[in-house]
Design a protein around this ligand. Structure first.
Ligand code: TUI
Length: 313
């Protein structure tokens, strides 16, 4: 399954694991990279020292390329941006902001930069700034999201830039991967499917909640504050959405989300915690190892691609 992205990154399959805060640690990233995809360590809101330790552990366990995702709202983003250079990380993805101010430093260090974008405007700006590729992430995704769906966003970004585009949001099987290729993407990034893999260190309650979710179980909180976040519905989202409707202040709403992701992922409090997951959670019913899952995707994607002509008479 060679594409512009597998060549660019030196990986076997065009499958990238999302850099999910609190979830994507070195265990998960190494499992995905060793299975032929691109594993990513998600810095999330963690300190730079944690990110450095994770990179060091990952290097002990794989010779394959892996990446680091820098969530740009992290107060230590400036330091993390330097850590990835110092530790010789080959690929950096960014989220929740514009990484423009780091681009020169990363390019000088030969780091491949792949910003996650939710709009054509940011994709074009990132191409001009020297990005190697972009992830076009639709609002089906879990966590912090933009406005536009994957189906609408990906072809518009593909037409707007010359660098390869990676599709994300709402993809969790070979059908989604094929659809992404049809939209012009050269790879996919998936998050929710990797949350429930055997190598994922998230609390068992979190995995169970994702595996039990149906198609209509996600909610978007924070639209009123300008920070929309998709999570699986629970006591926390009910309370948040009620307060948001009543016009609660940013501070009041913030109190509900603060630390919520850690509470859900680490402590397993999936009632008052923040269970970030994409709309595709309803499709995910089984726990696989990363190797099993990636092999299944590759086999089924190849079969579906070969069967392509049979879809029209
Ligand atoms: O970043 C993500 N997803 C995330 S980050 C995250 S950590 C978090 N934890 C608690 C509350 C809130 C966040 C969880 N999920 N995806 C990539 C992404 N980036 N989606 C949307 C964007 C984005 C949005 C606006 C990128 C840039 C942007 O504006 C750029 C500008 O011009 O400033």
């Amino acid at each position: 399954m060679k594409t512009e992205i597998t060549t660019l990154l030196g990986i076997q399959y065009p499958i990238i694991q999302g850099g999910m805060a609190w979830v994507a640690d070195y265990h998960l990233a190494v499992a995905v990279s060793n299975a032929g995809g691109l594993g990513i360590i998600g810095a999330g809101g963690a300190p730079a020292s944690w990110v450095r330790e994770q990179i060091i552990e990952a290097k002990k366990l794989t010779d394959k390329p892996f990446g680091v995702n820098i969530m740009l709202m992290n107060p230590e983003a400036d330091e993390i941006a330097k850590v990835v250079v110092e530790e010789g990380v080959k690929v950096v993805t960014t989220g929740a902001g514009n990484p423009g101010k780091y681009m020169e430093m990363w390019k000088a260090a030969d780091v491949k930069v792949i910003p996650v974008v939710a709009s054509v405007a940011l994709a074009k700006m990132m191409e001009r700034a020297g990005a190697s590729a972009v992830v076009a992430e639709g609002c089906e995704s879990g966590g912090h999201i933009g406005e536009t769906t994957t189906m609408a966003l990906v072809p518009q970004v593909v037409d707007a830039v010359h660098i390869p585009v990676i599709a994300a949001g709402g993809i969790a099987d070979a059908r989604g991967i094929c659809a992404a290729f049809m939209l012009g993407a050269k790879a996919v990034q998936m998050g929710t499917v990797f949350v429930v893999t055997k190598e994922s260190q998230v609390h068992e309650n979190y995995k169970k909640k994702v595996l039990k979710a149906s198609d209509i179980d996600s909610r978007v909180t924070g639209r009123s504050t300008g920070h929309p976040v998709r999570t699986l519905r629970n006591k926390n989202t009910n309370e948040y959405l009620r307060l948001e409707k009543e016009g609660a202040s940013f501070e009041e709403l913030e109190k509900l989300t603060l630390g919520g992701l850690r509470r859900a992922v680490v402590e397993g409090d999936v009632d008052t915690g923040s269970v970030m997951a994409g709309q595709i959670a309803g499709l995910i019913k089984e726990e696989y190892s990363c190797e099993e899952m990636i092999q299944k995707f590759v086999k089924e994607t190849t079969e579906l691609m070969d069967a392509g002509r049979s879809y029209i008479e």
